[in-house]
Design a protein around this ligand. Structure first.
Ligand SMILES: Cc1cc2nc3c(=O)[nH]c(=O)nc-3n(C[C@H](O)[C@H](O)[C@H](O)COP(=O)(O)O)c2cc1C
Ligand SMILES: Nc1ncnc2c1ncn2[C@@H]1O[C@H](COP(=O)(O)OP(=O)(O)OP(=O)(O)O)[C@@H](O)[C@H]1O
Ligand SMILES: [Mg+2]
Length: 508
């Protein structure tokens, strides 16, 4: 079997381990369910392409163990389901069909949404388990294991995830080692493929060529930090910043990179802030810092030192923000519930983390073991430690949530500097083009300004246009924020034209 041979002959030990584990999961599933009861969910993406070949190998090896003859071993009788969508890239669609014909896949094409498609399919077919190319790090992998029953509200089947523990690097090591075909978009800088409406090539693979205006991209396998594989997923319109994506109908002249944005949310945990006993200075400082690297802050909230309050807030923010920064409530005291709250939000438990324990032991001494000190326990399976030589203890990142330990702005400044350095060296998160801000002030009343200003906002949906006063009797300030200087200047000019000359003056 060519796949099994390619892996056995490779000297990539890590890949061999991942492959063997996946084969083990597949053999277990094939032992538990009959061939009519299993299905393979295939969509032409890189992860499902890996799964296709690991499944082919797993089925071959399983059958080989079962029977003495080699007859029919090269067949692949596992029912394959493809949810075809008009929003899919044509390259993905044609790759899926090409692979189906190359490997003799028996395809069920479903043209409805996942849930009702599966409901209908399961009414007519005896399917009890479905193989998926879901990997840890995928937004949908949270809480899943290699065998995970379908979620409540979904038709009943077992989700089997043989490559759940594979990293981005493992995926590419496999595809390149086995020299199998994959969808051509991955050679054009796409690193994770959703729909035509939310996916562009990954900017981290962009080759800038000053002599031509055409952008070219390196292949997906050259992305060095797999954590950024979803950096090519674009955001849809967000009312908060008035920004819009590649698919909106905004003015043609707007540069997509300048209008695409990353959104963060800031959560402070502290009863004392809510009592008014202490004033939160970290939140505003963090908002300024995020703004200075071109990020948009969508919310800054304060929650109680209570596991459910933290969990609810994180759960609410995590699907709609690229990153969440949370601070306060980190430590060994009864009120330090932030990590428990984050774990609860992701549906995982806290478990001792040996590496983190070692750092704490250096800092605090031997009492600090995961058994005796909750501080050494971290959300299981979703935690990444962010090491920096200037930090006595690494910062903790759980998927898109970064937990800061700072308790004042000096400490925050230090942690921020380390995060930025980690970003520059390892692409922890993306640095965006910074915002440009300009302000006009006027003695005009709010009533006089209101209507022309609302019209201006509609004319410049790509800019954030705000208005505020520092006192009821003082001047009105109108602020313009965006990433394109020329657009900001046009908006300021357009506003001035709506009134008599000289009623506005520029200020900082
Ligand atoms: C075969 C199959 C089974 C799925 N089972 C579940 C499930 O049990 N629970 C769930 O929340 N989503 C389930 N999903 C949906 C996926 O978790 C996820 O929403 C989808 O793959 C994401 O695709 P999108 O990023 O294109 O929206 C299933 C999808 C497929 C194709
Ligand atoms: N339209 C679909 N039809 C069938 N299965 C699907 C579909 N969309 C997703 N899946 C299943 O969900 C898995 C995870 O999808 P996901 O988009 O994360 O990975 P991928 O498409 O294989 O690779 P990539 O991350 O490069 O997009 C797929 O491997 C596949 O098993
Ligand atoms: Mg995909």
């Amino acid at each position: 079997m060519e796949i099994d041979k390619a892996i056995r002959e490779s000297n990539d030990r890590r890949l061999k381990t991942k492959y063997n584990n996946a084969i083990y999961v597949i053999k277990r599933a094939l032992a538990l369910y009959s061939i009519e009861e299993v299905a393979f969910s295939f969509n032409g993406g890189k992860d499902s392409t890996v799964l296709l070949h690991v499944l082919r190998a797993g089925y071959f090896l399983y059958k080989e163990e079962q029977s003495c003859s080699n007859e029919g071993l090269n067949d692949f009788p596992i029912r394959t389901i493809y949810f075809e969508s008009t929003c899919a890239f044509p390259e993905i669609n044609s790759f899926t069909y090409d692979a189906a014909s190359a490997y003799g896949l028996q395809m069920d094409i479903i043209r409805t949404d996942f849930k009702s498609g599966l409901e209908d399919l399961l009414k007519t077919k005896p399917i009890r388990a479905i193989f998926l190319g879901v990997r840890i790090g995928d937004p949908t992998a949270v809480g899943q294991e290699q065998f995970s029953p379908s979620s409540p509200g979904w038709p009943s089947f077992m989700r089997v995830n043989p490559i759940l523990d594979w990293s981005y690097r493992d995926v590419w090591a496999f595809l390149l080692t086995c020299k199998v075909q994959y969808c051509s978009l991955y050679d054009q800088g796409y690193t994770s493929i959703g729909s035509i409406y939310d996916t562009v090539p990954n900017a981290l693979l962009c080759i800038s060529d000053s002599s031509s205006s055409k952008e070219t991209f390196r292949p997906a396998y050259l992305l060095s930090d797999g954590r950024l594989e979803r950096a090519g997923r674009v955001k849809k319109f967000s009312p908060v910043c008035g920004s819009f994506s590649a698919v909106s109908n905004g003015p043609d002249s707007i540069d997509l990179r300048k209008s695409s944005m990353l959104t963060a949310s800031v959560i402070a945990v502290g009863d004392e802030i809510l009592f008014g006993t202490i004033e939160d200075q970290l939140g505003p400082s963090l908002c300024r810092k995020l703004h200075s690297i071109g990020w948009c802050v969508s919310q800054a909230t304060v929650v109680r030192n209570d596991v459910d309050s933290v969990a609810e807030e994180v759960e609410r923010r995590k699907p709609t923000n690229d990153l969440i920064f949370i601070y306060g409530g980190v430590g060994p005291l009864h009120s330090d519930v932030t990590l428990s709250g984050v774990a609860k939000a992701f549906g995982v438990r806290l478990a001792p983390d040996e590496e983190f324990e070692e750092y704490l032991r250096h800092l605090i001494g031997d009492q600090c073991t995961g058994d005796r000190n909750e501080m050494a326990q971290l959300p299981e399976g979703i935690t990444e430690l962010l090491h920096h030589e200037n930090l006595p203890v690494p910062l903790i990142k759980c998927q898109n949530v970064i937990i800061l330990t700072a308790t004042n702005i000096m400490e925050l400044a230090k942690e921020w500097e380390c995060l930025i350095e980690l970003t520059r060296s390892g692409g922890l998160f993306e640095m965006m083009e910074p915002y440009i801000s300009k302000c006009l002030i006027t003695q005009l009343s709010d009533v006089e300004t209101a209507q022309p200003l609302s019209k201006l906002c509609l004319e410049f949906p790509d800019l954030y246009i705000g208005a505020y006063r520092r006192s009821r009797t003082g001047p009105l300030t109108i602020s313009f924020k965006g990433k394109d200087q020329a657009r900001i200047e046009s908006a300021m000019e357009a506003l001035c034209k709506k009134f008599h000359p000289g009623v506005f003056s520029e200020t900082n």
